[in-house]
Design a protein around this ligand. Structure first.
Ligand SMILES: Cc1ncc(COP(=O)(O)O)c(C=O)c1O
Length: 408
């Protein structure tokens, strides 16, 4: 990375944001100006290893050459048509994404929350048109401690009071059951149920991995009860856990898979509802849409992302390096770490609260050149780009040990 021509320091830029930016985030005090691969550089030229990867939006690292090239090529040709016209990139993207996932049809959107919103609408429509649920009576069963995004409908079925408080009235039609509890899920499903919507691993909740058999159980239950299984793989999908989808760990195929984040290669927002034909064909012209959804730039980048995933290299790296991550964290249990959950290159690490909050630890790691993000209480999340090397990962684990054990 070359040096950054700068006019304002990090501290000045952070101060400048305060009066003009909504305060809906509390970022770590680092101002990133450049990035390449697993590394980012701040405006003063300090380098940091990115162990968050944009909440998995950067699974392929920053500015992966193949993705940047695909974006450049498309920028030189065509960027936006709206869906009022066809564009010459969308068919290929949809064909290849559906084939990668193993389902039939794609509804392209932009952000993760839009994919979730779209799935809620599609499931309701399917319930009325196909399942025969009486008008306006459809319900969707969701899990406690979920995170599916920030829109008013999505926070309507959140159990996080900070996400909800002050934003009512809420959208009805959701039933919340404990995560990882098939009996509670079964009890909540009835003739009005359009779908069960869950994260195969709950990311924001602290990388909560359900018991073996839970996802297969959800599949069995939803099939037996005649409702849809919607897997929100927006954070867990596209290589992160060592497979293309996290549901593959239990050889499960949902009716609907939601993708986002890494689908845009860290370049553009690209999300998708990928589903069986019987489900997505309930939508007709005018019933749903998005000006930017399926735009040619997004489709070109998304197709390049599918290219990368088709090689299997990133899934393999996540699985192999996941062993290194797990081993390193295991050695810290009882030495600053009270517990952790991990799958592939993704871990939620519970730090001994005596050592500080997750935020304190994140700030200490930042000063040591490692970027992570805290979640609830004393938990930090590790989700590096899947391009990270074994040496880089070992280095990050050593820095974590230094921060926890030596109190750096
Ligand atoms: C599982 C899951 N679903 C949906 C979303 C929302 O995605 P976006 O922030 O792109 O709206 C997120 C974001 O973290 C997520 O983790």
């Amino acid at each position: 990375m070359t040096s950054v021509a700068r006019t304002r320091s990090s501290a000045e830029l952070i101060r400048a944001e305060e009066p003009v930016l909504a305060h809906n985030y509390h970022p770590l005090p680092v101002v990133v100006a450049r990035a390449e691969g697993t590394w980012v550089q701040d405006v003063e030229g300090r380098r940091y290893l990115d162990m968050l990867a944009g909440y998995s939006a950067l699974n392929f690292g920053h500015r992966h050459p193949a993705l940047i090239e695909a974006a450049h090529r498309q920028l030189d040709r065509l960027t936006l048509t709206s869906r009022a016209f066809h564009n010459d990139r969308l068919a290929e993207f949809a064909e290849r994404l559906a084939a990668l996932i193993g389902l039939d049809m794609v509804l392209p959107m932009n952000t993760g929350a839009e994919a979730v919103e779209s799935a809620v609408k599609v499931a309701r429509k399917w319930a009325y048109d196909v399942r025969g649920v009486p008008a306006d009576r459809a319900t969707i069963v969701v899990a406690a401690d979920n995170f599916h995004g920030r829109t008013t409908t999505i926070v309507s079925f959140s159990t996080d009071e900070v996400a909800r408080s002050g934003f009512g009235p809420f959208t009805p039609g959701f039933r919340i059951v404990p995560y990882n509890d098939l009996a509670a899920m079964e009890a909540a499903i009835d003739d009005t149920t359009a779908a069960v919507l869950i994260e195969p691993i709950q990311g924001e909740a602290g990388v909560i991995v359900p018991d073996d058999g839970y996802l297969a159980g959800v599949r069995e239950l939803t099939s037996r009860k005649g409702c849809l299984f919607i897997a929100d793989e927006i954070q867990s999908g596209l290589g992160r856990t060592g497979r293309t989808l996290a549901v593959e760990h239990e050889s499960v195929m949902p009716d609907v898979v939601l993708l986002g984040k890494a689908l845009g290669g860290g370049i553009v927002p690209v999300s998708a509802v990928v589903a069986r034909r019987e489900v997505l064909q309930v939508l007709h012209p005018g019933e749903h849409g998005s000006t930017f959804g399926g735009n040619p730039l997004a489709a070109a980048v998304g197709s390049a992302v599918v290219d990368l995933l088709e090689t299997g290299e990133f899934q393999r790296r996540a699985a192999e390096l996941g062993v290194v991550l797990r081993g390193g964290l295991q050695s810290l249990v009882g030495r600053g770490v009270v517990g952790f959950r991990a799958r592939g290159l993704w871990a939620g690490v519970d730090i001994d609260p005596e050592l500080g909050t997750g935020r304190d630890i994140s700030e200490r790691l930042m000063r040591e050149g490692i970027l992570v993000k805290d979640t609830h209480g004393s938990t930090i999340r590790l989700a590096p780009p899947l391009t990270i090397t074994a040496d880089e990962l070992q280095g990050a684990l050593q820095t974590l040990e230094k921060v926890l054990v030596q109190g750096a």
